[in-house]
Design a binder for this molecule. Sequence first.
Ligand code: LMR
Length: 426
Amino acid sequence: CSSRECRRRVVAPAERGCDNGGAFFLCRPVMLETLTRVPPDPILGVSAAFQKDESPQKVDLGVGVYKDESGKTPIPRAVKRAEQEMLAAQITKTYLSPIGNPGFNAQVAALTFGSDLAGRKSDLSLAQAPGGSGALRLGAELLLAARPGASIHVSDPTWANHVPLLGNAGLRLQKYPYYDATRNALLFDQMLAALDALPAGEIVLLHACCHHTTGQDLDATQWAAVAEVVARRRLVPFMDMAYHGLGEDLDRDAASVRLMAKAVPEVLVAVSCSKNFGIYRERTGLLAVLSAGSEPASIISGHLGRLARTLWSMPPDHGAAIVDRVLSTPELRQDWMTELRHMSNRINSLRALLADRLSEATQRDFGWIKSQRGMFSRLPLTTEQVITAREALHIYMAPYGRINVAGVSPANVEHVATGLAAVMRG
Ligand code: LMR
């Protein structure tokens, strides 16, 4: 190539209409070279590093997936059966619509709000989305369509991906106090005071159950106080429900959403079916929006369809069809509920095992791990200690000491407890 800019020659088909002596040249890029390398994802990067580690001692307390007694992430029996039946019965894979599978939407809404849909069936707009993350993004886009430049207040700390997921949609993120990791304590009074100081119309992201990074949930009295402030200050609750059924049980885990549905006119709920149905990679979620009557609900449904069309056109059907079949077939539903209960009981017994062993090994009180719920707890570790645990002990966890309790087992608890005790002692 005669151009001083050019790196190398690629193709030369004169017939393609080249005006440079019949040759195309690959010259210096004009745009994409402005991109710089991104750091690994704070959570998925941990999984990638774990996969590469060849130590037989390695323990994965990183990404939030359930693990059974053998360390595997199982497909629930009812899901497997529903999938087989569904594939055998399916006669077409033609398009559904931007708001997805109506059977799935109705079933998951009933699971979330209760069979009477919190008495507000005609106020509901539903859209299936690619996982809980897709539902969060769709909700953010809806809120921005309603109010460009809106702010959302998230708990400090929150799920690492909330920040880019909601922020890249255009919502301005602010934080409210939630948890003090040095004292392993909920900052409830500070949280309530912060919410009580917000102007009307501000959006508040709330973790419906199994707080997605600390495992520290509000109790029923605290939820009632939050609902009172949200209603009185005319705030808009956006509830993230990613671990339904993995805390206490399906009804108690949904109590916060049902309470809010009775307390305020407008509520958004992003539901994930990844964890409770064990269908992580099928990307199955729902955005449910409660509004002040059937007329706004029908307008919102139109917006959800249009927004989904511009984001991903239509959500993937496979996982939603499975969930619809499980929830609408009494025998499968019962079996799924039994297995889900086993999962949550098992996580809670691992909490007890870890708390006791850590308390013994450190001579400090880790009893608070037992009262938290869902997959996560946040250990009081510095960033350096998290790195030391990984490099010296092959114990992998997310930044700031977030652990997936489901990754603990009777076989590894000794290594985890004594190892982390040594790391904490420095
Ligand atoms: C997690 O927090 O580990 C899970 O929700 C998986 C994810 O996508 O981050």
